[in-house]
Design a protein around this ligand. Structure first.
Ligand SMILES: Nc1ncnc2c1ncn2[C@@H]1O[C@H](COP(=O)(O)OP(=O)(O)O)[C@@H](O)[C@H]1O
Ligand SMILES: [Mg+2]
Length: 358
């Protein structure tokens, strides 16, 4: 479900149970004014976020911005200083983790080394007094879902990092949670494995339709798996948007610098900008919007060529000013003189987006 549908239709079809609700999530997850002070500092400073039922939202931000602290409050492992957590339309703010309809996958997996894969996955059901037959069925289903039935009797130390991550995921899924919370689920995996486990998490999440929050500092990860991304900075959310919108219209200077590459357009290159800008505005451009063309309004010299695989990154100079450009096909040689035209630019005034377009 898209943000637009959520906001346009404040879920009038929701059953009128319990508290009158500002729950626009259709039974998903809603955070209001979530706040936590640690070490005398507001580590989480008033987080508002709606995650629709079945939606996957990433909490994306640099290390230390408060992502894990937020997720632990959502899961119930850390009490809030202020604010509320609502799941499925019910306020769970004062409930412990085991009484919330959520399951969390921790960054370090936290598997029991002395237990088999099966025993690890079954563990949360033991404490919930689920029958033996039901446990057997659900554990088998969860292992099947993550493709690990062949490791049912292995110990965690005998399987790879990617497999351990999938065990941790199975242990969360076996609880049949309404809300799945994952803290940096891919950070311990090598680059190739990261992509395959990432795709697998998305596939399982969509198949089961679980409302999901993934915490990550990796923009590629967030851009590729999320319905929407919430960008965090210093304990606050700066922007919540779909990956496409976030990339095209980063609402703050911080978001623009955190998502994708940008160059600051200055000096001679400003002549190539058609968007109006006033003194003090900061103009940014994505490398793919820097177009090399003979009839471009700015003359520049190619000063470096970095091969990046299926494209090359060029460093261009016009006088003191520098720009980065992406080109596909054979790149021009260092020293080549070229015309440059700028496509869409992003204009920021006091750090806030005032213009995005051509
Ligand atoms: N128990 C604690 N006491 C004091 N400061 C803490 C504590 N836990 C976390 N912090 C600080 O809070 C900030 C946010 O931490 P965290 O939520 O783990 O960030 P992230 O997950 O985004 O990297 C960091 O600066 C961290 O050092
Ligand atoms: Mg963290």
């Amino acid at each position: 479900m898209s943000d637009a549908t959520l906001l346009a239709d404040p879920a009038p079809s929701l059953p009128a149970v319990g508290r009158p609700t500002d729950d626009r999530t259709g039974g998903g997850l809603a955070l209001r004014g979530l706040t936590k002070s640690l070490g005398g500092r507001d580590v989480v400073a008033g987080i508002d976020l709606d995650v629709a039922k079945g939606e996957l939202v990433s909490l994306l931000g640099p290390s230390g911005c408060g992502k894990t602290t937020t997720l632990r409050m959502v899961a119930g492992f850390l009490p809030v200083d202020a604010g509320t957590v609502t799941m499925g339309g019910a306020d769970v703010t004062d409930l412990g983790p085991e009484r919330r309809p959520s399951a969390m996958v921790f960054q370090n997996y936290a598997l029991w080394p002395h237990m088999t894969v099966t025993q690890n996955v079954a563990f949360p059901l033991r404490t919930r007094r689920v029958s033996k037959a039901e446990t057997r069925r659900r554990v088998h289903e969860a292992l099947e879902l993550v493709g690990l039935t062949h490791h049912a009797t292995s110990k965690p130390t005998a399987i790879s990092g990617g497999e351990q991550q999938r065990v941790a995921l199975a242990r969360a899924i076996v609880q049949e949670p309404d809300v799945l919370l994952l803290d940096e689920p891919l950070s311990n995996l090598d680059a190739k494995l990261r992509v395959s486990v990432r795709d697998e998490i998305r596939r399982i999440q969509q198949r089961l339709g679980i409302t999901t929050v993934i915490v990550t500092h990796d923009q590629d990860e967030a851009l590729s798996v999320s319905d929407r991304i919430a960008v965090m900075h210093d304990g606050r959310i700066e922007q919540v948007a779909s990956p496409t919108d976030l990339y095209a219209r980063p609402s703050t200077r911080f978001v623009a610098s955190f998502i994708g590459a940008t160059s600051r357009v200055a000096g001679a290159f400003l002549a190539g900008v058609v968007a109006p800008s006033t003194d003090g505005d900061e103009v940014l451009v994505r490398p793919e919007e820097v177009v090399l063309t003979d009839d471009g309004p700015v003359r520049a010299t190619v000063s470096r060529v970095l091969m990046r695989g299926h494209f090359a990154e060029l460093v261009l100079h016009a006088g003191d000013a520098e720009l980065r450009a992406f080109v596909t096909g054979p790149p021009p040689a260092v020293g080549t003189e070229t015309g440059v035209r700028l496509g869409a630019v992003l204009v920021y005034r006091d750090g806030v987006l005032v213009e995005a377009g051509r």
